[in-house]
Ligand binder design. Sequence first.
Ligand code: RB5
Length: 144
Amino acid sequence: MSRWIVGSDHGGVELRSLVADDLRALGHEVEVIGPAPGAGSVDYPDVAKQVCADVLDNAGSFGVLVCGTGQGMAISANKVPGIRAAVVSDVFSARMARAHNNANVLCLGQRVLGTELARELLKVFVASEFEGGRHARRVGKIEG
Ligand code: RB5
C-alpha cells in the first residue's frame, strides 16, 4: 500500500472526496488538501505546488490533483522537477501514464469526466506499475 495526497481547487472538490474514499477503500494512506465544499475559490497552482512538494518529500508516494479540467493542475505540477503529472481521460492512457511514463501525479477534470469514468481511471492508474527498461531511459531524459 502507498501514501497518496489528494488535492483540488474549488472546481474539483466533489471528485476529490470520491477519490480519497476510493483510495482509502483500497487500503492506502490518504491525505487531502484543498478547500472545503462550498468554501470560496482558490488558485490551482497553489494546491498543485503543495501536493507536489508532499509527493517529493515522501518517497514512493503519489498525488492526485483535481480541478475543472485537470489541465491547470498538470501544467502547474509539471513545472516541479521530479514530478511527472498526467491528465487522463481514457483507461488506456491511465495505464500507460504509469507503465511507460512513471507518472507520480494523476490529474483529473471534474467538469470533464463522468464520476464513474473518473473512478475507473483512478483504479487503473493505482493498479498499474512502471515497466522500467527502455522506459526508464526515456523517463530519465525528461529531466536531462
Ligand atoms: C477554476 O474555475 C478552473 O479554471 C480550474 O478548476 C481548472 O479547470 C483550471 O485548469
